[in-house]
Design a protein around this ligand. Structure first.
Ligand SMILES: Cc1ncc(COP(=O)(O)O)c(C=O)c1O
Length: 397
């Protein structure tokens, strides 16, 4: 299954495509066969819908390494989950520490929190996107006896594919009594996150990337050691539970799930995760995608005028790589790749200006290739071949 034959889709970091056929089927089946409101009315269609949502919750909990699925709260996407965690926990006077590869889904809420009296500190990163762990420790320890309330970590960089060492960072957070928020938008569904082993931690995930589900799905999941009671709900409303009270239920997931769930979306998400489980599992899919990514890195690095950014070959990474080509502006390059070769990618700053400052590619940005489970070796060869021709032309920038 490779989608349209004329297309080489290398934009899986933005959203995965194509989706497994079962995703659209499951969404249609939800609307056709079990379209009641999950968790509300007690009739058979509501119960059927609730079952689909529970299946999705079970599948997500398994994917994230969470023993109790009720510690997974669904949201519209990773951005909503990150906002729920940041605004739910941080108060004026708190210190929050985040890494320099942050996406704007983290940086923009933190900027706003900074205006509201939260102190925000940024961990230095190397030119390969790696986090300076000693600097992380120093910032989280804080000064004057005031340690950080929260450490925010970009697990996989959506710009260059660098992968943060979650175990070590969880150790930093634990030593200073901070909670850790992991932005796993790029990695949830494909990396083994082992959330329950990370101490006091939360993971923001999105459903439409490596989990292979549709847009409009994602959420916030909590480790066994997390204090969920500390997260003040941002959105309050109906849950179908404890309806005699006008207070938001304190228990999960209702605490963080006011309003009707995205039933069709969650049906698709369960199908996406089911496809991963039935096709070798996360590890096999990840290894294959990483081989394709390394092939892109070495093939593109060998082209005249090309510069590749991010981890050295063999270093921990996810299936995202970034490059520039001398003589070509990013936008001209994307246009030529799309119009002349059917190679689809994303160029520019990828909603992560801070990461580009780290890599030295601000403000022009980079071109980004991100293979997915349906990318073939032929796709990779075609993309490198297209770039070789464009490199020989010398571009118009
Ligand atoms: C690292 C990172 N964080 C957060 C997000 C936001 O994800 P979503 O669009 O699902 O909210 C993205 C999406 O590109 C991302 O790559």
């Amino acid at each position: 299954m490779g989608g349209d034959d004329r297309i080489v889709y290398l934009d899986n970091a933005a959203t995965s495509w194509p989706k497994p056929a079962g995703v659209a089927d499951a969404m249609a089946a939800f609307l056709r066969d079990s379209g009641g409101n999950p968790g509300r009315s007690g009739h058979r269609l509501s119960i059927a819908a609730g079952r689909v949502v529970a299946e999705a919750r079970d599948a997500v909990a398994e994917a994230l390494g969470v023993g109790d699925p009720l510690r997974v709260a669904f949201a519209a996407n990773a951005t909503a989950a990150i906002n729920a965690a940041l605004f739910g926990v941080l108060r004026p006077g708190d210190l929050v520490v985040a890494d320099g590869m942050a996406h704007n889904a983290v940086a923009r809420p933190l900027t706003e929190l900074g205006r509201m009296g939260v102190s925000v500190k940024w961990i230095r990163c190397g030119r390969d996107g790696s986090i300076d762990l000693a600097h992380a420790e120093k910032l989280v320890r804080g000064t004057g006896g005031r340690a950080a309330r929260m450490l925010v970590v970009t697990h996989g960089s959506n710009v260059c594919g660098s992968l943060a060492p979650l175990g070590e960072l969880a150790g930093v957070a634990a030593r200073h009594g901070a909670t850790m928020l992991v932005d796993a938008a790029q990695t949830a569904g494909i990396e083994d996150l082992g959330l329950d082993s990370l101490g006091d931690a939360m993971v923001a995930f999105t459903g439409h990337k490596a989990m292979l589900g549709p847009g409009g799905t994602g959420g916030l999941a909590f480790s066994r050691g997390a204090d969920i009671g500390r997260v003040r709900p941002l959105v309050r409303g109906g849950t179908g539970s404890a309806s005699d009270s006008e207070d938001q239920p304190a228990f999960m997931p209702d605490r963080l799930e006011a309003g009707t769930a995205n039933g069709p979306g969650l049906a698709g998400l369960a199908a996406g995760l089911g496809w991963i489980a039935g096709n070798g599992g996360r590890g096999a899919i990840r290894d294959r995608e990483l081989r394709l990514t390394e092939a892109l890195v070495s093939g593109i690095a060998a082209l005249p005028g090309a510069a590749v950014y991010g981890p050295e070959p063999g270093r921990p990474r996810c299936a995202v790589m970034s490059f520039t080509l001398a003589g070509w502006s990013c936008s001209e390059l994307a246009l030529a790749l799309d119009e002349r070769y059917g190679v689809l990618c994303r160029v520019g700053l990828h909603c992560a200006p801070r990461a580009h400052r780290v890599l030295g590619t601000f403000p022009d940005g980079t071109a980004r290739f991100a293979p997915g489970p349906f990318t073939t070796e032929a796709d990779v060869e075609r993309a490198i071949g297209a770039l070789a021709e464009l490199a020989a032309e010398g571009g118009r920038a």
